[in-house]
Write a protein that binds this ligand. Sequence first.
Ligand code: PMP
Length: 357
Amino acid sequence: AVIAAVDEAISQGLSFGVPCSLEVDLAKEVVGRIPSIEMVRFVNSGTEAVMSAVRLARAATGRDKILKFAGCYHGHVDSLLVKAGSGAATLGLPDSPGVTRGTTQDTLVAAFNDVGEVERTVAKHCDNLAAIIVEPVAGNMGVVQPDEAFLPALREFTNQCGALLIFDEVMTGFRLSRSGAQGLLAVKPDLTTLGKIIGGGLPVGAYGGSAELMNRVAPQGAVYQAGTLSGNPVTMAAGFATLQNLTDEIYEHLQCTTSRLASGIDTMLRTHRVSGVVQQAGSMLTLFFGRDSVRNFEEAKACDAAMYARFFHAMLKRSIHLPPSGLEAWFVSTCHSEAVIDETLAAVDGSLQECSR
Ligand code: PMP
């Protein structure tokens, strides 16, 4: 369906340099699915979406500081490449060369799920805190669920001090439910960043929130942000076709398939007496070795990376290509049939047996 939509869009022209009707179609679909988004702006990557949302938050509050969480990755925005998860963490590059002290001096970092540390940091910087940015369900240090009290606390603290709450849903948006992670949570953010799935496989990003906030973005408002190929018709067609095919039944199916995989792996860990835990959120999961649970970046980094490396190669030998880092999420897709899950579980069985010897 996505490729057919892209073929059709391509036949009409690749890029027009003005907004196109497909952009409006996709915007309506996004706004219709995510209650906290009244207006949305398309950009070309998740990185751009985050960069723009942070600029908007600073402009709207007239403040400078951004609080992020260790192990959360928000793209390669200079000011957020501080204790970043994903590839930066895998390569042991928590702070990338080329990022100046000046660009990160307004970045504060706290531990994910540590309400006390957030409270203290917010209290100290309240007058100059523009926003808290968070992956509502973390996926870039492996899958780490927020504790029940964590996101409500972020909402309360930001409300109290007049800062904005940004949910980075580049990974979780339209993956965890038809309205992203926030569709499953009681907490509503002020701004949301999106990417990946809304481009159906083509380069994309988006950010959105209330009309009051989004109207501050140029050309209506003074916060400058633009992009030559943003909202191009081919990407918009791919994203629109993808979202239209993501029905409630699909999410239920993904949840079931992923739970079967997760509980199968969990059983095998115990059978082969391998220490570890499977953490799952919807169609995302991570197998952490050497711990019973992982609640933050420090705990994720304390997992047995050497065991994951052995397991990765044992799985590859059995034709299953996992994420190459133990700090990444596995994503189950609609193409993963029951037979594929069975094949994967058989490979996990053999690999754990091999690695535990
Ligand atoms: N935010 C999150 C939560 C992400 O997972 C990513 C990509 N892994 C990004 C931002 C950056 O997106 P992109 O790679 O499209 O720039």
